[in-house]
Design a binder for this molecule. Structure first.
Ligand code: AHR
Length: 355
């Protein structure tokens, strides 16, 4: 917090000298950021520059990232790294937890020890965070959650959360499937499904499973044969699909809780001598809408993908800037998300796609 005291002294000194000179020009330190400031990943707004970027007095941000399990995660990491640059007034301390909550807890404790100005966490799972968040609170370090949510009894333990509405994503998927089956004349047919879930206990898994369950309850002819975790990875997605295909010979739909699991599932389906996609034996749907999912739809393997936007770097920077300015921020900030299927002009969308 030494940085903040220094900033206050600097600002007071500048205000006094400006008043004495009667100048109307902003001091160099508070001028607009250089035009070559690093852009946010993709097509999102430019990252909010730190107010004291020119002074060499950087805002230190510790980011406890989940891991590198998917294309989505890679895009998310890139969004943070290209936003929290020195040019933009930040020092980013990045930690990859390799999908392990204990690693994230260690990273948060290390950020506290290093007296960072802000801690940002994309939590692996929702529960088990109270103790370490209390420690951050005691140290006076604001915590911002991004992507996945934490289930804590005291919401003063974090300043804000920004991410996708995972339940809505699951429901959108279910609604899409109902319309798709209806259009194919299969609205009344018994439909056998399997789900390759994400990391159990992660918001993206909990929400998507719940959203889809809400839609399953509306269709008595839909039957969920089995659900198993594919850990949000391609390799595990393939492994789980292989085992589903051994257990059931009449799968109509596979719901993959991220695109990478779908890529693995598609490999397993093909290896088993079956086909998938709009003209195939098995309907494959997934979440995220990364570039490779568009390629898979164009190739005729994947039917649809439900968007989860990973470009949270600029959004978190905006929250930090508001907090720095003493403004209040919305506690829960959902990001708008779409979906894509093979009825669309996928080549054109892919050409403009940021991740
Ligand atoms: O929390 C977002 C999810 O995490 C994305 O769907 C997935 O790809 C990632 O691993």
């Amino acid at each position: 917090m030494k940085r903040k005291v220094l900033s206050a002294i600097l600002i007071a000194a500048m205000t006094l000298s400006l008043a004495a000179c009667g100048s109307k020009e902003a001091p160099a330190d508070t001028a607009a950021p250089a035009e070559d400031a690093a852009p946010a990943a993709g097509d999102e707004e430019e990252p909010a520059p730190a107010g004291d970027a020119g002074s060499g007095d950087l805002i230190t941000v510790g980011y406890a990232q989940v891991g590198a399990e998917s294309d989505w995660r890679t895009a998310n990491t890139e969004s943070f790294k290209s936003t929290f640059t020195e040019e933009n007034g930040y020092k980013l301390i990045f930690d990859d937890a390799q999908q392990k909550q204990e690693n994230q807890i260690k990273a948060i404790r290390s950020f506290i020890q290093q007296e960072v100005d802000y801690i940002v966490v994309a939590p692996v799972v929702e529960t088990g965070w109270e103790t370490v968040l209390e420690e951050a609170k005691e140290a006076g370090i604001p915590v911002i959650l991004s992507d996945r949510m934490m289930d804590v009894s005291d919401d003063s333990l974090f300043e804000a959360w920004v991410g996708g509405n995972f339940v809505k994503e699951g429901e959108t998927c279910g609604d899409w499937l109902a319309e798709y089956l209806e259009a194919a004349g299969r609205g009344e047919e018994e439909i056998n499904m399997v789900t390759i879930q994400g990391t159990i206990g992660a918001s993206a898994q909990v929400g998507r499973t719940e959203g889809m369950a809400n839609k399953l309850a509306e269709h008595s002819n839909w039957k969920m044969l089995e659900m198993q975790s594919g850990e949000f990875t391609q390799a595990k997605g393939q492994e789980v699909m292989e085992s589903f295909l051994k257990s059931y010979d009449d799968i109509d739909v596979v719901i993959c809780e991220n695109d990478n699991e779908a890529f693995g599932a598609i490999d397993a389906i093909k290896a088993a001598g079956k086909t998938c996609g709009p003209d195939g034996d098995i309907i494959v749907v997934s979440f995220d809408s990364v570039k490779a999912a568009f390629e898979s739809m164009i190739a005729g393997d994947l039917n649809a993908t439900f968007e989860c936007n990973p470009l949270h770097g600029p959004r978190v920077a905006e929250i930090i800037q508001k907090l720095e300015a003493g403004e209040t921020v919305d506690k829960i900030q959902y990001v708008d998300e779409a979906y894509f299927d093979t009825s669309m002009d996928l080549e054109a969308i892919l050409a403009e796609r940021a991740y």
